[in-house]
Design a protein around this ligand. Structure first.
Ligand code: EPU
Length: 399
């Protein structure tokens, strides 16, 4: 998901059609391709996972589709449109609600490349009087969004841009690989210093997006919480080490292969401690799913959130209504493991919180009803089908 949602807006930079393969069939992707179509691009789905995008008919530097407000990743149109037109007008982005999510580092980067910006009536307008020019940018916080957005804006700027204290997530490498396939000159992606030497034009081409390590990690956490023996296919095990290490600590057996991982869990889980950090640390996007494992472990676990402080509020009280024992103090949740959760009606407040509640429901005695499942559908393709194939009794109900 988080690679696809940057690569789709990036196609605007190409001067010929792009074919994207291995796209997840999720609502965030549908929203972004809809926005592209609304801007004039020709978008053809060749099958559920392959789309051909011809960005040439786009003649606007403005994202007017109101739907863009609902998702976070619409902010990648800022960088992509700046790269193409030196000007971009995009609605303030929405996305999962876990407190204040500033974009000051994105704007600081655009300013360093020669742009002015303003905020008017819920729209962010960024523009440069002429070509963007390369610059050195030190990010005050490690941010995935700003790292990728500055890469998009800088790829056609004049001269060299250097992003220091850059985020290192696998999706940053994937965006760089996609742009380099189009003719960009980006080096250092995956380290904390990314260098972008501007080029005059970018061509289209065919590109396969990497497997989503958080989607895979969610299934691994589900097996850890519920028990079982499952092979998760089409993954890059290296990208999952920050997650599998934690699940192993808690008692799961993890066997990595070239592009798959077997996970086996029997017996009671052990308690553990975890702290979320930027990659290659333990990801904030796995906090909630691993907390469910902690809720079922033997002993007291601690989870500390250092990226989005309010993320616990999206699901901890819901888990408590299922019998979990969790207390939150400042950035740390203390989780006293119980032998069994029980079914309840709970509500998803964001994407990963929703996935965690589904896992808790699978592990619980009795029936769990998870409301607001549309959050989960933003990021998980066919969650119900995949879990049913593993023996879960789960169905989607329209209310
Ligand atoms: N931050 C700033 N200023 C900025 C940008 C970020 O202070 O200009 C702070 C944020 O408030 C946060 C930290 O820096 O405390 C990291 O933010 P980052 O920019 O890395 O996050 P993001 O781009 O808003 C993306 C994913 C999130 C994921 C985070 C962290 C997308 C669309 N979103 O968000 O994905 O949690 O990176 O890895 O790619 C999810 O998939 O569930 C999800 C929320």
């Amino acid at each position: 998901k988080n690679a696809a949602v940057a690569i789709i807006p990036a196609t605007i930079l190409a001067d010929s059609p792009c074919r994207l393969e291995n796209l997840p069939d999720i609502s965030d992707v549908k929203t972004l391709t809809y926005i592209l179509e609304d801007m004039g691009a020709k978008v053809d789905y060749l099958d559920r996972h392959t789309v051909e995008i011809d960005p040439r008919p786009v003649e606007t530097d403005t994202v007017s589709a109101d739907i863009a407000r609902r998702i976070r990743a619409s902010y990648y149109f800022l960088g992509a449109l700046l790269g193409r037109y030196h000007k971009a007008v995009v609605p303030m982005p929405g996305g999962c609600n876990f407190g204040i999510r500033p974009i000051d580092q994105h704007l600081k980067g655009f300013a360093a490349l020669g742009c002015d910006y303003s905020l008017d009536n819920g729209m962010i307008a960024v523009s440069s009087p002429g070509d963007l020019h390369g610059s050195s940018i030190y990010l005050d916080v490690v941010t995935v969004g700003a790292t990728m957005n500055i890469m998009l804006a800088a790829v056609k700027a004049r001269g060299l841009t250097v992003i220091e204290n850059a985020a290192r997530e696998p999706h940053i490498v994937d965006l760089a690989n996609f742009l380099n396939t189009m003719g960009a000159r980006i080096s250092g992606a995956g380290t904390d210093t990314v260098k972008i030497r501007g080029v005059n034009s970018l061509r289209g081409g065919t590109y396969a997006i990497i497997p989503d390590q958080i989607e895979a990690g969610t299934y691994l956490a589900a097996v850890t919480a519920v028990g079982g023996n499952v092979l998760v296919q089409n993954v890059i095990p290296k990208h999952l080490e920050c997650i599998t290490g934690k699940l192993q600590d808690m008692g799961a057996k993890v066997i990595p292969f070239d592009d798959s991982i077997r996970i086996i869990r029997s017996g009671r889980l052990r308690s553990s401690t975890a702290k979320t950090r930027p990659y290659p640390g333990f990801p904030t996007d796995m906090q909630a799913q691993v907390c469910v494992c902690m809720a079922l472990a033997n002993g007291t676990s601690r989870m500390t959130e250092s990226v989005y402080e309010t993320r616990f509020f999206g699901y901890c009280s819901e888990l408590e209504s299922m019998g979990a024992r969790i207390s939150i103090e400042s950035k740390t949740a203390t989780v006293v493991g119980v032998e069994q959760l029980h079914g309840a009606t709970v509500s998803a407040h964001d994407l990963r919180a929703g996935a965690a509640l589904v896992i808790a429901g699978l592990a619980a005695r009795g029936t769990t009803r998870v409301q607001n499942i549309h959050f989960v559908e933003r990021g998980y393709e066919d969650l119900i089908g995949k879990l049913t194939a593993l023996g879960a009794d789960i169905k989607r109900i329209e209310e």
